[in-house]
Each structure stands twice: as structure tokens, then as C-alpha cells.
Ligand binder design. Structure first.
Ligand code: IPE
Ligand code: MG
Length: 235
């Protein structure tokens, strides 16, 4: 049997926690709690399969529209999660980085994120890119402002601006382009996620709600990815 191709950079829009909870008569936060456990299992599984970079869309610039109770719960997850799994992440050689404007997060959440980045900084087997208070449009505008400033201060000229320079101003600056995007819960849109880095990604949508997503679902997605013919505009 042919081995499935594995994406070098896998991105996931983990969606459906609230609907999962509602379908069971539970509050939305329970969906997030189970969803965090799913994330832990999937992170281990895909890195064991040799995915190099995993980007997870955990909280968007638009998610602040939710209730205070739900936001508080979501903001508590990084605090419990990273202290519980710090050792595991280090043992597996996983470097944890963040994309998004962390300055707007509650202080304890921000500190937990900074702490895990620092503790895993030297790891080089895999990269876990957690997108928190992240928006694709926000990322592109941030890059434009920084580049415009460099032009204004004569650090670079307009003619120097190319893909390389632009990419260096993204949150995800050191990451490769995304190979495969998975979105759960039967929604078929990008919702402002990694607009630049998704330029040539294969898109995979599944009806499964994130708390129910498991290893078999990853196998199925990778199998389909293996069958895709990626031509990058060529023939
Ligand atoms: C995904 O589940 C988790 C986050 C975006 C924080 P949702 O909370 O979006 O769940 P639904 O879409 O309401 O079911
Ligand atoms: Mg949703």
C-alpha cells in the first residue's frame, strides 16, 4: 500500500465546539474544554506523522464578539494547557510560537503564551503555531505599515519590496506556505485565516465537529491530500 503524503505545513480551523456542546445540552465552554483535549491529541498525532508545522486557529480578531463568560473560558485554556503539557512539548522537540496581537489578551494569558514560547524556543523538530487574536487582514495590514515605515525612513526602497520582504513582516514570517487546510464542522470558508500563507493550499472540509475529530479523521484528510495534483499554476 502506498504511504499517504504528509503536508509539511498543516493548518486547521478548529470549528464546531459550540454546536457540539449544544447538541448535547451542554454550555459552550464544555465544547471548548473537550476541543482543547482534541487539540492535544491531534497535535501529537500529526507531529508523529512528520508534519513539520501545525497552525491552529484558536481565537480570531472577531471572536471578541462572544459573551464575556465564553471569552474568559477560552482565555483560560492557554494557561492550564501550557503548564500541563510544557514537559511533553519540550520532550517532543516542539517549538511553540504565536501569531496574532497578543498585547490585547488578558495579562495571565499573555504571560502563559510568552512563557511557553521562551521554554520551547530552542526546539527544532516541529513548530506549533497558535493563532490567538489572529486575523488575516490584520496580519497583512501590519506588514504594510511596517514596510511603509521602512520606506519612509529610507531603510528600503519601494523597488526592494518583493514576496520575500513582504513575508518577513507577517506574524508567520519564518513559516513555509501552507500545504493543507482542514476546517471542521461543515463550514466552507476561510474566515480571515492566514490569507497570505494559504495562497496555494489544498482545502479540505469535513462535517465532523472539532470535539469529535480524531486520528482517523486526520488519516482520511491526508489520504485525500495525497490524491490531489498540485500544479502551482504549472501544467
Ligand atoms: C471553535 O468552535 C472554537 C473557536 C473558534 C474559539 P466554535 O466556538 O466556533 O463553535 P461553533 O461554530 O459555535 O459551533
Ligand atoms: Mg464557529
Amino acid at each position: 500500500m502506498l504511504k499517504n503524503k504528509v503536508p509539511n505545513h498543516l493548518a486547521i480551523i478548529l470549528d464546531g465546539n459550540g454546536r457540539w456542546a449544544k447538541s448535547k445540552g451542554l454550555v459552550r465552554s464544555i465544547g471548548h474544554k473537550v476541543g482543547a483535549k482534541t487539540a492535544k491529541d491531534i497535535i501529537s498525532y500529526v507531529f508523529d506523522k512528520d508534519v513539520k508545522v501545525l497552525s491552529l486557529f484558536c481565537f480570531s480578531t472577531e471572536n471578541w464578539k462572544r459573551s464575556e463568560e465564553e471569552i474568559n473560558y477560552l482565555m483560560s485554556i492557554p494557561i492550564t494547557y501550557f503548564s500541563k503539557y510544557e514537559e511533553n512539548l519540550i520532550k517532543k522537540g516542539i517549538k511553540v510560537i504565536f501569531s496574532g496581537d497578543l498585547s490585547k489578551l488578558p495579562l495571565n494569558t499573555k504571560l502563559a503564551c510568552e512563557k511557553i514560547s521562551l521554554k520551547t524556543k530552542v526546539n527544532d523538530k516541529h513548530i506549533l503555531n497558535i493563532c490567538l487574536n489572529y486575523g488575516g487582514k490584520d496580519e497583512i495590514i501590519k506588514a504594510c505599515k511596517e514596510i511603509a515605515n521602512k520606506v519612509k525612513n529610507n531603510i528600503i526602497s519601494i523597488d526592494d519590496i518583493n514576496e520575500n520582504v513582504f513575508e518577513n513582516h507577517l506574524y508567520s514570517k519564518d513559516l513555509p506556505m501552507i500545504d493543507l487546510l482542514i476546517r471542521t464542522s461543515n463550514e466552507k470558508r476561510l474566515s480571515n485565516f492566514m490569507l497570505y500563507k494559504l495562497a496555494y493550499a489544498e482545502l479540505y472540509f469535513t462535517k465532523v465537529l472539532w470535539p469529535d475529530f480524531n486520528k482517523k479523521c486526520i488519516d482520511k484528510a491526508f489520504k485525500e491530500y495525497s490524491l490531489r495534483k498540485r500544479r502551482f499554476g504549472g501544467v
